[in-house]
Design a protein around this ligand. Structure first.
Ligand code: NDP
Length: 266
C-alpha cells in the first residue's frame, strides 16, 4: 500500500532513541522529510548522521530541544519554518516514566511532568498549527500517550495522570482542528522495549532483588496475554498508517497498541 508519505514534513519530539527513533526510521523508509528533537545534542548529531547514511538522504535534521521549556519549543518551530520550510505531521512523543507515591511527590515533580507530557504538546500544537495550515497537504498530529493513561501502573502516578490529561487534550484538539483539515489522535503503546524501560527495570529490579531480565519477564507475563514486550518496529508502523491519508477517517481517538494489556473494552 502506498501511504503517500513521500516528501511530507514530519517533526518527532524525543526522536533520538526508542519509539521516537523507530518512528523516524519508519517515516524515512517512506521517503518523508524528518526532523527529530531531544535534549542530548551530541546524540542527536550522531543519530542524524547515521540516518542520513542509512536512508541515503539529506532530508533529515536534528535540533536540540527540551520540550518542557517554551523557548526551546519556539526555536524548534522557527527551525521548521525557516530551515525545513513547513510541517505536515507532528508527533508529540518525548516523555518518560516516573517513580513516586502520591503522598511523597513534591509539587516540582508534578509540574515537570505536566510540562513534559502535557504543556509540551499544547505549546507545540499551538505554535505548529499555523505553520501546518500554510504547508500544502493534510495536517496530522499524533500524541504518544500510554496504556497507563487508562490502566495505571502503581509506581508512577504522576506518569499515569499526565498521560491521561494528554488524552483529553488530544480529544479536545481533534474536535477543534478538523475544520482546518488537521487530524489529531493519540497512540497508546503498551510494553515497548526501549532505553526508558531499561532505566525503570534497573531501579525496580534492584529494589526487588532480581535481575533486569527477570524483571522484564515478570512484567510481560503479568501484563500481556502475548507474554513479551513489543519491539520499537512493531509500534512504529502504526504511526505511519495514522499519519497517512489512508487513515482520513481516524481522528479524536486513542489507539492502543498493547497486545491486550489494557483490560478494558473501548
Ligand atoms: P526513551 O527514554 O527510550 O526515549 C525518550 C526520548 O525522549 C529520547 O529521545 C529523549 O532524549 C527524549 N526526551 C526525554 N525528555 C525530553 C525532554 N524534556 N525534551 C525533549 N526530549 C526529551 O522513551 P520511549 O521511547 O520508551 O518512550 C517514548 C514515548 O512513548 C514516551 O512519551 C513514553 O511515555 C511513551 N510510552 C513508552 C512506552 C514503553 O513501553 N516504552 C509505553 C507507553 C508509552 P533526551 O534524553 O536526549 O532528551
Amino acid at each position: 500500500m502506498d501511504l503517500e508519505l513521500q516528501g511530507r514534513i514530519v517533526l518527532i519530539t524525543g526522536g533520538s532513541v526508542g519509539i521516537g527513533l523507530g518512528v523516524a526510521e519508519a517515516f524515512l523508509s517512506e521517503k518523508a522529510k524528518v526532523v527529530i528533537c531531544a535534549r542530548d545534542a551530541a546524540r542527536i548529531d550522531s543519530v542524524v548522521a547515521d540516518l542520513k547514511a542509512k536512508y541515503k538522504t539529506q532530508d533529515v535534521w536534528g535540533i536540540p530541544c527540551d520540550v518542557s521549556k517554551l523557548k526551546d519549543i519556539e526555536a524548534v518551530v522557527a527551525f521548521m519554518k525557516n530551515t525545513v520550510g513547513g510541517i505536515n505531521i507532528l508527533i508529540n512523543n518525548a516523555g518518560t516514566g516516573s517513580e513516586e507515591t502520591n503522598m511523597d511527590a513534591p509539587d516540582e515533580k508534578w509540574y515537570y511532568y505536566w510540562d513534559l507530557h502535557v504543556m509540551a504538546a499544547i505549546r507545540l500544537c499551538r505554535l505548529c498549527v499555523p505553520l501546518m495550515k500554510k504547508t500544502p497537504g493534510e495536517g496530522v498530529i499524533i500524541n504518544t500517550a500510554s496504556m497507563c493513561a487508562m490502566q495505571p501502573l502503581y509506581y508512577e502516578p504522576i506518569y499515569n495522570v499526565t498521560k491521561a490529561a494528554l488524552n483529553m487534550y488530544t480529544k479536545c484538539l481533534a474536535d477543534e482542528l478538523i475544520k482546518d483539515n488537521i487530524r489529531v489522535m493519540a497512540v497508546s503503546p503498551g510494553l515497548v522495549l526501549t532505553p526508558d524501560w531499561y532505566k525503570t527495570a534497573g531501579i525496580l529490579s534492584e529494589k526487588e532483588g532480581i535481575t533486569v531480565e527477570q524483571y522484564f519477564n515478570k512484567i510481560a507475563t503479568a501484563m500481556t496475554p502475548i507474554g513479551r514486550y513489543a519491539s520499537v518496529e512493531e509500534i512504529a508502523q502504526t504511526y505511519l498508517f495514522f499519519a497517512s491519508s489512508k487513515a482520513s477517517y481516524c481522528l479524536g481517538t486513542n489507539f492502543h497498541i498493547d497486545a491486550g494489556a489494557t483490560k478494558v473494552i473501548n
